[in-house]
Design a protein. Structure first.
Length: 311
């Protein structure tokens, strides 16, 4: 025995020779392949195998929350911030965003109006392995500080095969004190600003919809289940994003606002205004299918059918 004398006794300094202490190693739980990672300055990153595929921005200085980048299978963002030829007056084109042009006469669409979709709090982050979600609460506030709408937004990413993925945005909009009118406009509720090289004008890309129409002339303000915007993201590499309208949305199939300069959006109140009453929230669901290649429309339709069956 290792030891030394101390006031006539032995103080043990070590273990008996030959003794082995077994250290119990805990059984680790499986690490989710997809995770939401909170970041500083009001951001949260969706990461597949440790690599970011999109990021939710909700900082206090923003006019509205948005998602950027939207990373395709090749590792490049298929969306961008701002119009490629008019960045000042289109500063509100923030990759993928939610807002509306006319809410009780207040313009929430542009950055200069003073009306904001203000982040309130993150309710929870959820990781389920191949699916992760962020649940957030926002407030639609006028320039004068009046809250018109309370919003609960659930942003969910689901991994698909071959590094493709599906983004689903669920919205619950509730009037705060009195009935709120969403005015007639083609601008709102969701917008997507594509990368410059995917645009029809700048990159030779192509817009297609579920009805077989092509590009702005055939799709502009027409009803469809989905609209796809695909083009070159690198030399020899085609990728795209399909914007899905859910059949549970009150105006389905939606009119789509598209431009050959690289943007698309689903219009909630194109044909006329819609009221949101305090006791009757408005529920909306939109999806973005992030994919490789310029997918055949039959394959896009198959993905939309899966999306449409979600409750």
């Amino acid at each position: 025995m290792n030891g030394r004398l101390l006031f006539g006794g032995i103080v043990t300094l070590g273990l008996c020779l030959g003794a082995v202490v077994a250290q119990e190693v805990p059984e680790p739980k499986p690490v989710p392949r997809l995770q939401v990672v909170p970041l500083p300055y009001g951001q949260a990153s969706f990461q597949r195998d440790g690599v970011e595929i999109t990021r939710y921005h909700f900082g206090s200085g923003l006019e509205r929350p948005f998602l950027y980048p939207i990373v395709g299978p090749s590792g490049r963002s298929l969306t961008r911030m701002g119009h490629p030829h008019d960045p000042t007056s289109h500063s509100h084109h923030n990759s993928v965003w939610i807002t509306h042009h006319d809410v009780n006469g207040h313009n929430f669409w542009v950055d200069s109006s003073g009306a904001r979709v203000r982040h309130k709090r993150i309710v929870e982050y959820v990781d389920k392995g191949e699916t992760s979600s962020i649940v957030a609460e926002n407030e639609w506030v006028t320039k004068a500080g009046q809250v018109l709408l309370d919003e609960t937004r659930t942003t969910t990413v689901t991994l698909l095969e071959d590094k493709e993925w599906l983004l689903v945005i669920d919205l619950k909009l509730s009037a705060r004190d009195e009935t709120v009118t969403l005015g007639k406009t083609p601008f709102g509720m969701i917008g997507v600003r594509m990368a410059k090289t995917i645009g029809v004008h700048d990159g030779g890309g192509r817009i297609r919809n579920s009805e077989g129409a092509v590009n702005e002339k055939g799709i502009f303000w027409k009803r469809a289940r989905w609209v796809d915007y695909s083009g070159a993201i690198a030399n020899g590499v085609l990728e795209g994003v399909t914007l899905f309208d859910h059949p549970g949305n009150p105006n389905h199939p939606s009119q789509f606002h598209v431009r050959n300069d690289g943007w698309m959006g689903a219009s909630l109140t194109f044909e006329g205004p819609r009221e949101v009453k305090p006791d009757t929230p408005l529920h909306l669901r939109y999806g973005l299918y992030v994919h490789a290649d310029m997918k055949p429309t039959a394959q896009i339709e198959q993905q939309w059918q899966r999306f449409a069956q979600t409750p």
